[in-house]
Design a protein around this ligand. Structure first.
Ligand SMILES: [Zn+2]
Ligand SMILES: [Zn+2]
Ligand SMILES: [Zn+2]
Length: 123
């Protein structure tokens, strides 16, 4: 079980150091080198414990399933950070959201304020 992606369904075999990891973050934590990108990824299904390869340059919807047991191993990653964001504690998200709200309010004012000069809108 990986602490970055809580619902990880398959391990990946790092092409650089030939070690198994649950996610790229796990690799980064224990490695002194970046995870090498490759078009042919080696996965290990967590459900049936079998290994299979996928061509990432030609990845289609049916490739999201383990070829051995049909376990869907490409899932929307559940991360601890996402769990926090849902509860509204992500500072960055909050700021951006407030900015959006302000922008909207400004637009509303300029259209509905009776004192606003709308002559340019009326032609
Ligand atoms: Zn590596
Ligand atoms: Zn991880
Ligand atoms: Zn499987």
């Amino acid at each position: 079980m990986c602490k970055h992606i809580l619902n990880v369904q398959a391990s990946i075999r790092a092409p650089c150091c030939k070690q198994w990891f649950d996610c790229a973050e796990c690799h980064a934590e224990v490695s002194d080198h970046p995870l090498r990108k490759t078009t042919e990824m080696v996965f290990g299904c967590k459900k049936c414990k079998k290994v299979f390869r996928k061509d990432m340059s030609n990845f289609e919807e049916e490739d999201e399933y383990c070829p051995h047991c049909d376990n869907k191993f490409i899932v929307e990653a559940k991360t601890p950070q996402m769990a926090i964001a849902v509860e509204g504690h992500d500072e960055r998200m909050g700021e951006r959201f407030e900015k959006d709200l302000r922008l909207k309010e400004d637009n509303v004012k300029s259209v509905f304020d009776p004192n606003a000069d709308l002559s340019h809108l009326l032609g």
